[in-house]
Design a protein around this ligand. Structure first.
Ligand code: PMP
Length: 358
């Protein structure tokens, strides 16, 4: 009988709760206002020929390179940030290699690394989810072939300074070090153009968050051109579809739209964090478009009560160090006012029931 590889059989199925997402979607860190109207206009103008042809990625890699201040050879367009992670794992990990991640973090590092048969080395974040530099350095060995760090991190929103990441990359020259900047636009600090960036350091970006294009599946992997040539070898020439490639230039050109949304999110995040403080809830100051908040034992009831009010948020209770935590996506100012109103009502209701007080 046909059997999947042992490494795959051992994986836990990862099923994000995508079904029935009706209402205000504050559960997947998507944009709540969608993409630029200029991108949408471009999308609507596409003709049959665009779809009939196999997509050509390279000219767009030059354009993205110019935008990022890199050569085209340092840039690979990917099918979302997820594919960038997947490609790094399949390019560098042999079965039995070590992959280091700092938890809690984005689930796909563990999944793709383990699918290659790598051994997962999970390092717990420090106090208040600070990056545990000493602990990470102490776990690096010759077997370490991948280190993945989301900066800012998901689900905590906590960022790590570039010089700390550089220290990690320099301490593990035999490992691919991925700095996943999926939330870069909100944080506005990048390691990408750092003058001392070593050749084992890769940066991933996505159009799924600030650009409002999660459904389009478009991401970027950037790194040293020699290393990127290796990554390209295992990439499909058509991994990014023609529609995504056709609208990409317009998405890049309309920086005004991204800038305005980022400003709105930063303002909304401030409002939300202030409200969480007022409500006496513990939360972690975020550099991204979401906030992690500790609701406590009533977290399931809290999520359900928000759902009843038409707002979807994400349970993070099972993540290491996140007992009783819920992640709230930050969206437009209007959406944040809706969320804040609902939060007040929900917390008041829960607090009236002494057995589940938050
Ligand atoms: N990295 C991080 C840290 C994320 O949070 C996400 C999305 N949740 C991704 C990568 C992947 O996003 P996408 O594949 O949509 O680009």
């Amino acid at each position: 009988m046909l059997e999947a590889r042992e490494a795959v059989k051992k994986l836990h199925a990862y099923r994000p709760p995508l079904a029935g997402r009706q209402g205000l979607r504050l559960d997947f860190n998507e944009s709540t206002i969608g993409c630029s109207p200029r991108v949408l206009a471009q999308l609507r103008s596409l003709d049959a020929e665009t779809l009939a042809r196999y997509p050509e990625r390279e000219p767009l890699e030059s354009e993205v390179g110019d935008f990022l201040g890199l050569d085209a050879a340092q840039v690979l367009l990917t099918n979302g940030g997820d594919e960038a992670i997947h490609l790094l794992c399949s390019t560098y990990l042999e079965p039995g290699d070590d992959a280091i991640i700092v938890v809690p973090t984005f689930a796909m590092y563990a999944i793709f690394a383990q699918a290659e048969g790598a051994r997962l080395v999970q390092v717990l974040s420090g106090e208040n989810f600070a990056f545990p530099l000493e602990e990470v350095l102490s776990r690096i060995s010759e077997r370490t072939r991948l280190i993945a760090v989301a900066n800012p991190n998901n689900p905590t929103g906590v960022a790590v300074a570039c010089d700390i990441l550089l220290q990690v990359a320099r301490a593990a020259p035999q490992a691919a070090v991925l700095v996943d900047e999926a939330y870069f636009e909100f944080h506005q600090e990048t390691i990408l153009n750092h003058p001392g960036r070593p050749s084992n350091l890769f940066v991933a970006r996505t159009f799924s968050k600030a650009y409002g294009l999660a459904g389009l599946r478009l991401g970027i992997l950037a790194g040293d051109s020699v290393q990127m040539a290796m990554v390209r070898r295992s990439t499909s020439p058509y991994n990014v579809n023609a529609v995504a490639l056709a609208v990409l230039p317009e998405a890049l050109r309309d920086q005004e739209y991204v800038k305005n949304y980022v400003a709105e999110v930063q303002h909304g995040r401030g409002l939300l964090e202030r409200e969480l403080r007022t409500l006496g809830l513990e939360y972690w100051s975020s550099r991204a478009n979401f906030v992690l908040v500790r609701v406590g034992p009533a977290h399931t009831e809290f999520i359900q009560a928000l759902r009843t009010r038409g707002i979807l948020v994400r349970d993070r209770n099972s993540d290491p160090g996140c007992e009783g935590c819920v992640r709230l996506t930050v969206g437009s100012g209007e959406d944040m006012r809706t969320l804040i109103d609902a939060l007040r009502g929900v917390i008041e209701t829960i607090n009236k029931r002494p057995e589940v007080r938050v």
